[in-house]
Design a protein. Structure first.
Length: 214
């Protein structure tokens, strides 16, 4: 019956008592130290990040999801090389740097350049516990939606950027029940727009009332 589910996958079962070699990342900061406000999902800028790997480890996609709005970024990173993953994370979030507060990663070695990301984006980077994907539940769920367009039995090599852009637009413009049937794009940019207005309203510039935010 699980094949008829939207994601086509069984419900994930938590794994306990598993010894792991994952998580051996220099200077990693545990999710245990992440600010409590991140759990509240009351602001844009707290992201979860992971990689989707192609068949036979050919090709990879970086997925970054905002916990508040479910707004997703997808980047073609070609492979799991840590420097490349860091570079594409920065490229994806740099246009919104002002709003980036935290990023919570999986424990893969591809995220070992997390300190570079934290410095460039002026944010804090945390890591979930090994084999605890439910700690990045929204990212895991979104990856399942993305897999509808990039199946596990296919490689992720030579994907056209146009197609990736189309997938991003479909996901970010899909109304969500948990968002009051607004789209992730609406919620994400409405938050930014409203907070820009608040910031301007607190200024004491003489021309403030003549400014128009586009």
């Amino acid at each position: 019956m699980y094949l008829d589910l939207r994601t086509g996958q069984k419900k994930y079962k938590k794994r306990y008592g598993v010894n792991s070699s994952r998580g051996n990342i220099p200077n990693r900061v545990s999710i245990d130290k992440r600010p409590k406000i991140v759990e509240e999902k009351t602001r844009v800028g707290d992201f979860e990040s992971d990689l989707i790997i192609g068949k036979n480890h050919k090709g990879a996609l970086l997925t970054i999801i905002d916990r508040y709005s479910s707004f997703v970024f997808i980047e073609d990173v070609k492979n799991k090389e840590a420097g490349n993953v860091a570079k594409m994370t920065i490229n994806a979030l740099a246009p919104h740097k002002k709003w980036v507060h935290t990023i919570t990663n999986d424990n893969g070695k591809e995220f070992t350049r997390h300190q570079k990301v934290a410095k460039k984006l002026a944010c804090n980077v945390f890591f979930a516990h090994p084999y605890s994907s439910w700690e990045r539940g929204l990212n895991e769920y979104t990856n399942k939606l993305i897999r509808q367009y990039f199946p596990k039995n296919k490689t992720l090599e030579n994907i056209q950027q146009k197609y990736i852009r189309e997938v991003i637009d479909k996901l970010n413009n899909r109304p969500r029940k948990k968002l009051g049937y607004k789209t992730p794009k609406q919620v994400f940019y409405q938050y930014i727009y409203q907070n820009k207005k608040i910031a301007l309203a607190t200024c004491n510039l003489p021309y403030i009332n003549t400014l128009v935010i586009i």
